[in-house]
Design a protein around this ligand. Sequence first.
Ligand code: HPA
Length: 273
Amino acid sequence: MSAGLQKIESAVAFIKNLYKETPVVGIVLGSGLGSFIEEIKIEKEIAYADIPHFPVSTVKGHSGKLIFGELSGKKVVAMAGRFHYYEGYSTEEVVFPIRVMKYLGISTLLISNAAGGMNKTFKVGDLMIINDHISTLTINSLIGKNEDAFGTRFPDMSEPYRKDLIEKAQLIAVTANYEVKQGVYVGVTGPTFETRAEYKMLHILGGDAVGMSTVQEVIAAVHMGLPVFAMSVITDIGIREEENTITHEEVLQAAKDAEPKLTHIFKELIGAI
Ligand code: HPA
């Protein structure tokens, strides 16, 4: 067995010893979007620091534990705190929890993030269902020796975000009378926000929103054949006429404001899976 797979298996064995149920949905929450956790009827919390080989979170707004419990009648596992490449983690560390959740038994992965809007029809607080992504401006999380137990060397990426999950979420949004956008998420390394010229370029390249997470996680999930649904909260507008700057605090606040709608969609979607 490869060293990579061995690490996953020892983390999974540790967790299974503490929590006997099998979660069916895994949830990764973005910056400022952590209070979704309160929706879960919590059965077990395990600090990242306690799990063998698990990286530990450093960023403001991320707390660092796996949360197990029930939501909308399903067993779920949620990551309170995720790992970003810009923090200095290797891509293998960034996607480690995704692989652990897959080996714990999840059959669907839900991801949220905060993102900068580039589509001219977007405004702060909008929700965007990610229907595709551009990964070429960040580091591909599968670079390195392929672990055949996870998946093939050259994974197909024609549908990284499952159409059936997108359709279900759209229906949930329409029923709740929410206006929800769809679009292409561009993954970048960060940690700088983009310059005006960069936002313009990313838009020309086909991006509707840009962010510093998600893409590496989605690639690892698709590699393992794990269906993904992901949604962005538009926390700032990259392409704009007026002079204004973007701060992390502003991103967190916008995420907080949009969170109830995202929470509703995730909850209903989990129920419908
Ligand atoms: N750019 C990159 N990442 C982000 C942004 C942004 O404008 N907003 C939130 N995360």
